[in-house]
Design a protein around this ligand. Structure first.
Ligand SMILES: [Zn+2]
Length: 501
């Protein structure tokens, strides 16, 4: 192969990244990369397992002298998110990624790079390929279809794995070890609506300008949720004068904090709509002031149109919708105050969509504690009973937080540091206590500016232990990755370890 990434270390890691990038591997299209991994293992005489959904496990015995160390499982996913600029010609089902190296930064030509999680694949291949690295027995697990719902990991026959220690290589920030993960479900409430013919004046409320964000990583930021703000306005209008709701639509993804929401109400005449508009403007002013610090771009336009003829929800349907939105849990539900206040339970009302005959409300509740996740599901079922709605639960992801870690971040930090290098027990290495959200660091140590931009700089001759911090943080970006120049300072993590030898 004619490599584009040259002059960077570890050279072999980048070469493997290029080889992986050359194979189309969008979610659901993993046979090619899966077969590549099987061939890789066979060429090196390594034990390999491939299942029917193309998960692959490659096993490598411990290096000389490390035979008594416990087996470690390394894991990453082989699929990637496929997205491109409209102006770029690229077929993700047949074309490899067109890599671009410029000014020490690796990107792709108008497409996603696939560093999430291609760099994990490259890291594992590097370790499997290099017999000079000291390591315990390894089980390298390559899973499929992660981006669409952890399908490969869910399907994998776990009896194939003997390791009791796992390092997941799909993380974000350097110098941060993520030690728990949130479970979640998608809850969809579906309520039938009855409509009746109305004439008069419509009042259209249109919310925009909110920051939004990912409900897994931004729920604690107290940003406005357009669906909830709209429900608040309409609830007040209902107290004032029973409007009929024609439509209520906000959001397209359960896990996105809603940024935009539009509702149309109908009143008997212009005067009634105008009176409602004044009430709405009062609430909008309140919300604007409340969000001034956390979400300053919030706006809501209010428009009246006369002489309309519409099919509006009947009172019962409209009331059920607004009650559901006012009562459904949203935002941070519980934090872990024993450690750093990270979120343990959260919920997000991401989507409200009305059609002619039904309304759908989609929530994304999350928790890192299994019992709390189950309790939360019960609570949402109770709400459904009250609302006479039919909830459906899908995409269940199991929670995973270790009790000892929930009790003390400090002791864990010390434990990690000492396990990496005994004399580093006071290292500022900080674990991320994943919130009720996707694995997301809450705090991190502060390495040097260059080190921060060097997630892949672990020299390949270094001992196995030095791979740990780099490996756990190197899947950092789908759009670009900074490359360390040959001979430049190594990453912060390996730097600290070097100091401690
Ligand atoms: Zn990933």
């Amino acid at each position: 192969m004619d490599y584009k990434i040259t002059g960077y270390e570890p050279a072999q890691l980048f070469h493997f990244f290029e080889e992986v990038s050359a194979i189309p591997r969008g979610s659901g299209n993993e046979k090619g990369i899966s077969d590549f991994l099987v061939a890789f293992a066979k060429e090196r005489g390594l034990d390999v397992y491939q299942d029917e959904v193309y998960n692959v496990i490659i096993r490598k015995p411990a290096s000389a002298g490390a035979e008594n160390a416990p087996t470690v499982m390394l894991q990453g996913h082989i699929d990637m998110v496929c997205d491109k600029l409209g102006s770029v010609e690229h077929d993700f089902t047949t074309d490899g990624i067109d890599l671009v190296v410029k000014d020490g930064v690796l990107t792709a030509n108008g497409t996603t790079l696939g560093a999430d999680n291609g760099i994990a694949v490259a890291l594992m291949l590097t370790v499997l390929d290099d017999d000079s690295i000291v390591h315990p027995a390894l089980e390298c697990v390559f899973t499929t279809d992660e981006e669409t719902g952890l399908v490969g990991a869910e399907t994998l026959d776990k009896s194939q794995i003997s390791a009791r220690t796992m390092i997941n290589l799909d993380s974000e920030e350097e110098g941060v070890a993520t030690v728990s993960c949130a479970g979640g479900v998608v809850v969809t409430y579906t309520c039938p609506i009855a409509r009746e013919h109305k004439t008069g004046s419509t009042l259209t409320l249109d919310i925009s300008g909110l920051l939004g964000g990912h409900s897994g990583s931004d729920i604690h930021l107290e940003r406005g949720n357009g669906n909830l703000i709209m429900a608040r306005i309409i609830d007040r209008l209902m107290v004032a004068g029973v409007p009929a709701i024609v439509s209520f639509n906000g959001g397209t993804k359960d896990n996105a904090i809603n940024r935009e929401c539009k509702a149309v109400l109908v009143y008997a005449d212009h005067a009634a709509a105008e009176a409602a508009a004044q009430i709405a403007k009062g609430i909008i002013a309140d919300v604007t002031a409340e969000l001034e610090v956390f979400d300053p771009g919030f706006t809501c336009t209010v428009e009246i149109a006369d002489n309309v003829d519409v099919e509006a929800m009947d009172d019962k349907s409209a009331l059920a919708l607004i009650r559901a939105l006012r009562l459904a849990p949203n935002g941070v539900i519980r934090r872990n105050v024993a450690t750093d206040g990270s979120v343990e339970v959260s919920s997000n009302i991401g989507v409200v969509a009305t059609s002619d005959d039904e309304v759908k409300i989609m929530l994304s509740p999350r928790s890192s504690i299994t019992s709390l996740q189950n309790e939360f599901k019960d609570r949402l079922q109770t709400l459904a009973d009250v609302l006479a709605s039919t909830p459906s639960l899908s995409s269940s992801i199991p929670a995973g937080a270790m009790p000892s870690i929930r009790r003390s971040a400090t002791s864990l930090s010390r434990a990690i540091a000492s396990s990496l290098a005994p004399s580093c027990a006071s290292s500022p290495f900080t674990p991320a206590l994943s919130a009720a959200c996707l694995p997301r660091p809450c705090t991190a140590w502060t390495p040097s500016p260059w080190a921060r931009r060097s997630p892949m700089s672990t020299p390949r001759t270094r001992a196995w232990s030095s791979l740990l911090p780099s490996a756990s943080t190197s899947c950092s970006s789908t759009s670009s990755s900074a490359l360390p120049r040959k001979g430049r300072a190594s990453s912060s993590s390996s730097h600290v370890l070097a100091d401690c030898k």
